[in-house]
Design a protein around this ligand. Structure first.
Ligand code: B12
Length: 314
């Protein structure tokens, strides 16, 4: 069996819903994607995410992390497609359960451990490395890049994470480019509460609720009318995914069951608002919410609760 088919089969056994690969040198269009990244940074759309600016050179060179890299193998891991907030504060779907960085890395190390080839060298990337995950997953045929900037698959929508493995062997695969099925639909652009999708496929993070609740450190200097638009989200935002026709179907599928989901050990506004910082820190330690400090969560809760109260009064 070829290395690619072996990786594909084993990744399926481990629960990945999609996988694909591409030889680095065959992705000749990569330079256009990187150019797009540079333009995005030049426009200041990364806000205060300085690591995206600092890591620019590395993102432009897929061999930075593994100089002998010849190919990339990409996988998709699903997360819950249904809303779990039950009228309480809203937390984006992807933040539930175990921190996805830990979970996917663990799975990918397991995958590589199962391949019996001592000459194989690899580097695993799940968000934490300065690597253009979405671009490589796109070249690997995992989906098309939607108007909301997310990678969308015709069957699985966009509620999935991307993981990548750089390999020192060729997979003998050219890019597989899926057709873009967004068509004339502009629901994501029209629905973004803060108009962060400034044009098709262009997101200004500084206006994105996901950025403002998760990535922006310290206090906000947003005006009151903007805060009102942020709704009841306390961590992340899923609006541009919720309205996507390719996600509507999968939201109705069987719900994902968690054995571990400390994010929703607390559900109501009262529970979140009254929780002590030490308890919050302990509770979210092993989840992706860990990156939000208690003071920032309080900042988020304050805005969201104000919006919730206003809505109830109407
Ligand atoms: C920074 C970041 C953010 C920022 C900026 C988001 C953005 N759209 O750029 C913020 C904090 C806002 C954010 C939010 C979210 N994020 Co985020 N984020 C990232 C991160 C770390 C880097 C993304 C980045 O480099 N952006 C800069 C832009 C310019 O690059 P890009 O989006 O990758 O686009 C490239 C290609 O798509 C291509 N391209 C796009 N369109 C076109 C068109 C043409 C013609 C061409 C040639 C190329 C091209 O060019 C770009 C540059 O190479 C990635 C992980 C990673 N390492 O890649 C996760 C990632 C993109 N995020 C992810 C998720 C889940 C989210 C949220 C859904 C979380 C939430 N619910 O709150 C939201 C979605 C909001 C949105 N609409 O984007 C997932 C997306 C999975 C998927 N199915 O696409 C990723 C891949 C993490 C992962 N490993 O799974 N995120």
């Amino acid at each position: 069996m070829s290395l690619f088919l072996e990786l594909k089969k084993r990744s399926q056994d481990l629960g990945f819903i999609l996988s694909g690969g591409v030889d680095i040198d065959s992705a000749t269009d990569f330079k256009n994607h990187f150019q797009r990244y540079q333009n995005w940074i030049d426009q200041g759309f990364h806000g205060e995410m300085q690591y995206l600016f600092n890591g620019m050179e590395r993102r432009g060179n897929p061999r930075w992390f593994l100089p002998e890299a010849e190919s990339v193998f990409c996988v998709a891991w699903p997360y819950p497609a249904h809303d779990q907030s039950d009228g309480g504060p809203r937390v984006a779907r992807y933040l539930h359960g175990e921190d996805y960085h830990t979970l996917i890395k663990k799975k990918l190390f397991e995958l590589m451990g199962s391949i019996d080839d001592s000459s194989l060298r690899f580097k695993i990337c799940v968000d934490t490395s300065a690597f253009l995950d979405r671009t490589w997953a796109y070249f690997s045929g995992l989906g098309w890049i939607g108007k909301n900037t997310l990678l969308i698959h015709p069957k699985y929508g966009s509620y999935f994470f991307i993981g990548s493995i750089l390999l020192n062997k060729k997979l003998n695969l050219d890019p597989i480019i899926l057709p873009n099925y967004c068509g004339h639909c502009t629901r994501c652009l029209d629905s973004c509460p803060t108009s962060a999708l400034v044009s098709q496929g262009n997101l200004d993070s500084r206006k994105c609720i996901s950025y403002l609740t998760l990535e922006k450190r310290g206090p906000h200097d947003l005006d009151e009318s903007f805060k009102k638009k942020m709704g009841e989200w306390i961590a992340g935002c899923d609006v541009c995914q919720e309205v996507c026709p390719f996600n509507l179907k999968i939201s109705k599928r069987k719900k994902m069951e968690f054995t571990f989901d400390p994010v929703f050990e607390k559900k109501t506004w009262k529970e979140w608002l009254e929780e002590e910082s030490s308890s919050y820190k302990k509770r979210v330690k092993k989840t992706a919410l860990n990156r939000i400090k208690p003071e920032e969560m309080k900042r988020n809760l304050q805005i969201a609760y104000e919006n919730y109260s206003q809505k109830k009064m109407r």
